[in-house]
Design a binder for this molecule. Structure first.
Ligand code: F6R
Length: 615
C-alpha cells in the first residue's frame, strides 16, 4: 500500500526520491508526492496517478535541495487527489510529513488542533501529524516528533522534515515498517553519500545494504553524515544493524516483459525450494509447525483463515486435510472469521495464510483466534512480518519477494506448504503410512518439472486469450479441487484485465449462472481427469448447447475433450490432489494474456495494493 522514502546527503534529493518511489510502485498506490528542502523553505509537489507523472511535473521546477521525503499513497481516508496526497504540511509550511498506517484518533486530534487555530487542508488522518509536530516544535525536531507520537493512537511509519533544520529527517514507527541506512558513498560507483529512510528496504538497496529496521517507538535522526537513534523517552539507544545480501536483480524483471511473467516462471523454483529439506530420514518434518506428535494427533478441527488468493489456497487445503487426515477443516475469509464467534477449543488449530504477512484482516483474525485459545500457525512469504511475529509458529513459503500486485508464485508456495501440512496431519494421525507420504512427496516434487513443461509452450493459452479479450464477462467452473482453482482463475482474470469473471462449482451452473450464457460467452472449465470428470463434461455440453465458447484445461492424452471445447489447454497428468498446482498456472497466463490484449498494466492493476493493511 503506501510507501515512504527519504534522503539527506550531497546529491539532489529529487532524483533519489523518484528512484526510491519507483521501486515502491509494486505495492499499489493512487498518488505520489515529495517535499524537498530548498533555501527558501520546504517545497511540496504532489500528483494524482503514477510516479512518472510526478517526475514529469518535477521536471518543470528546478529543485536542487539535497534533503527531502517522498510518498506513494493508497487512499483510505479521503479520495485519491492531489490535496490528499502526502507529504502533508503544517499551517506555516515549515513542517512536512509522510505517513503510512492509520491514525485511529485523528478526528479527536483534529478537533483539538482546530480549537488551537490549526487549519486543515486535506481529508486525511495523516495531516494531524504535521500539525502536532508544528505544535510541539521548539527547536528540536526529534523531541517534537517524539512528543507528537505520544498523542497518536493507531499505526504509523513517519518521516518528517523541518524548514528550521535544513539537513535533518526524523523517522519513527509503530506497527508499520521503517528502515534507515547510511552510505559513505563510493567515488568509483554510483553509490551516493547520505542517509536514507524507507518503508521497504527495496527502495534504498541501490544506496546501501547496511540497514537498521527500527523497532516500535525508536526514533532515527538522519543527517548527511550519519544517523542517531533514540528510544521512546528520547534517550540515545543502541540498534541492530542488518546486512542485506539479496541481489537487486530480485527486484528487477530478469529479462521478462513484466514482473508477473517473471514470477509465473519462478514457480518451479518455488516448488523445489518449498519442499527442500522437508523429508528427513524418510519422514516428513516441518519443524516450524511445533505441535508435538500427540498435539497433532489430538487436533480435531482446523480453520484456514486468509483473504483473496491466499483464501483460495486454503480452499485447496481443505480438500487435502479432510481427504488425507480426516480432520474437519473450515476455510474462512479472515474479515468474516472474527465477527462470527467460531467454535474454538484447545484442540483447534488455526492456519493463517498471508503472502505479505501484513494483511490487516488476517492479523485481526489471528489475534482473535489466539485470545479464544487456538494455536495459530502462519504461512507467509515475508520474514519477520506481523503474521510471522504474532503466530505461535510460522512456515515460510519460499517464493521470495513478489512484486506484481496479483499473486502468482506466492499462491503456488502457499498451496505446496498447505499440502505438506495436510500430509503432516495425516502422518501424525496414522491415516497415511510413511510409504504413502513418501510417494505423495515425490509426486508433489514432480510438479516442478510439470509446471516447467506448461511454461515451455504457451501458444494454446495465447490463442484462448484472444477468444476472451472482447467478452464482457466470463465464467470459470470446476468441481472439487477444480472449483477452488476456478475461483483463483476468475480472481486473476478480473483483477488484471478488468473483465468481469465469476467462478462456480460446476454443479451449480444449472441453479442460476447458466442464464448468463449466450453466443460466444466464455466458459473456462477445469476439466482435468478427476473423479468428477464426466460431470464436468456434462456441464460443458450444457454450456455449449447455449452458445458458450468453451476453454478447457484438460489432461494430456484426453482427445475426447476436443468434442466439447473450442480451445483445449493441455496440462501434464498428475494426481487429482496436485492438480491445483498444474491447473492454476495456465489460468495465470490466460489472465495475463487477456490483460495485455486489453491494454492493461499487468503488474499494477488499478485500485489494488500489494499489501492490504486496512481492515
Ligand atoms: C490477488 C491478491 C490478493 C491477496 C490478498 C491477501 O492476486 O494478491 O487477493 O491474495 O490481498 O493478501 P496476503 O496474502 O498478503 O494476505
Amino acid at each position: 500500500m503506501c510507501g515512504i522514502v527519504g534522503y539527506t546527503g550531497e546529491s539532489r534529493a529529487q532524483e533519489v526520491l523518484i528512484e526510491g518511489l519507483s521501486r515502491l510502485e509494486y505495492r499499489g498506490y493512487d498518488s505520489a508526492g515529495v517535499a524537498i528542502r530548498e533555501d527558501d523553505g520546504i517545497h511540496v509537489v504532489c500528483r494524482k496517478g503514477k510516479v512518472a507523472e510526478l517526475a514529469h511535473t518535477l521536471g518543470h521546477f528546478s529543485l536542487t535541495g539535497t534533503c527531502g521525503i517522498g510518498h506513494t499513497r493508497w487512499a483510505t481516508h479521503g479520495k485519491p487527489s492531489e490535496v490528499n496526497a502526502h507529504p502533508h504540511t503544517s499551517c506555516d509550511g515549515n513542517i512536512a510529513i509522510v505517513h503510512n498506517g492509520i491514525i485511529e484518533n485523528f478526528a479527536e486530534l483534529r478537533d483539538e488542533l482546530a480549537l488551537r487555530g490549526h487549519v486543515f487542508s486535506s481529508e486525511t488522518d495523516s495531516e494531524v501529524v504535521a500539525h502536532l509536530v508544528e505544535d510541539n516544535y521548539h527547536g528540536d525536531l526529534v523531541e517534537a516528533v517524539r512528543l507528537s507520537t505520544e498523542a497518536l493512537v493507531g499505526s504509523y511509519g513517519i518521516a518528517v522534515v523541518c524548514a528550521q533544520e535544513p539537513d535533518v529527517i526524523v523517522a519513527t514507527r509503530k506497527d508499520s515498517p521503517i528502515v534507515v541506512g547510511y552510505s559513505a558513498g563510493d567515488a568509483g560507483s554510483a553509490a551516493m553519500r547520505g542517509s536514507f529512510v524507507a518503508s521497504d528496504i527495496i527502495a534504498m538497496l541501490d544506496a546501501t545494504r547496511d540497514v537498521v529496521v527500527l523497532a516500535d517507538g525508536q526514533i532515527a535522526k538522519l543527517t548527511p553524515n550519519g544517523i542517531e537513534y533514540f528510544d521512546e523517552q528520547g534517550r540515545p539507544c543502541e540498534v541492530t544493524h542488518t546486512h542485506i545480501d539479496w541481489d537487486l536483480d530480485l527486484a528487477e524483471k530478469g529479462g521478462y516483459p513484466d514482473f508477473m511473467m517473471k514470477e509465473i516462471h519462478e514457480q518451479p523454483r518455488v516448488i523445489r525450494d518449498t519442499l527442500a529439506g522437508r523429508m528427513v530420514g524418510g519422514r516428513l518434518e516441518i519443524d516450524e509447525f511445533d505441535l508435538s506428535p500427540e498435539e497433532l494427533d489430538l487436533t480435531d478441527r482446523v480453520y484456514v483463515i486468509a483473504c483473496g488468493t491466499s483464501y483460495h489456497a486454503g480452499l485447496i487445503a481443505k480438500n487435502l486435510i479432510e481427504a488425507w487426515a480426516r480432520i474437519p477443516c473450515e476455510v474462512e475469509v479472515a474479515s468474516e472469521f472474527r465477527y462470527r464467534n467460531p467454535i474454538i477449543t484447545p484442540t483447534t488449530v488455526v492456519v493463517a495464510v498471508s503472502q505479505s504477512g501484513e494483511t490487516a484482516d488476517t492479523l485481526a483474525a489471528i489475534r482473535d483466534a489466539r485470545v479464544k485459545g487456538a494455536k495459530v500457525f502462519g504461512i507467509t512469504n515475508v520474514l519477520g512480518s506481523p503474521v510471522a511475529r504474532e503466530s505461535d509458529g510460522v512456515i515460510y513459503t519460499k517464493a521470495n519477494k513478489e512484486i506484481a500486485v496479483a499473486s502468482t508464485k506466492s499462491f503456488i508456495g502457499q498451496v505446496v506448504s498447505l499440502t505438506l501440512l495436510a500430509m503432516l496431519f495425516a502422518q501424525a494421525k496414522g491415516k497415511l503410512t510413511t510409504a504413502q507420504v513418501r510417494l505423495l512427496f515425490r509426486e508433489l516434487a514432480d510438479t516442478a518439472d510439470q509446471v516447467e513443461r506448461i511454461l515451455s509452450d504457451t501458444d494454446d493459452i495465447r490463442e484462448a486469450a484472444l477468444a476472451c479479450k472482447d467478452a464482457k464477462s466470463a465464467l470459470f467452473i470446476g468441481r472439487g479441487i477444480g472449483s477452488a482453482v476456478s475461483y483463483e482463475g476468475a480472481l486473476k482474470l478480473k483483477e488484471i484485465s478488468y473483465l468481469h469473471a465469476e467462478a462456480y462449482a460446476a454443479g451449480e451452473m444449472k441453479h442460476g449462472p447458466i442464464a448468463l450464457i449466450d453466443e460466444g460467452f466464455p466458459v473456462i472449465a477445469i476439466a482435468t481427469k478427476s473423479p468428477t470428470y464426466d460431470k464436468v463434461v456434462s456441464n460443458l455440453q450444457e454450456s455449449r448447447a447455449r452458445g458458450a465458447t468453451i476453454i478447457a484445461i484438460a489432461t494430456e492424452g484426453d482427445e475426447d475433450i476436443k468434442n466439447y471445447a473450442d480451445h483445449v489447454i493441455y496440462i501434464p497428468k498428475v494426481r487429482d490432489a496436485f492438480s491445483a498446482i498444474t491447473a492454476t498456472v495456465p489460468l495465470q497466463l490466460l489472465a495475463r494474456f487477456v490483460a495485455l490484449e486489453r491494454g492493461c498494466d499487468v503488474d499494477q492493476p488499478r485500485n489494488l495494493a500489494k499489501s492490504v493493511t486496512v481492515e
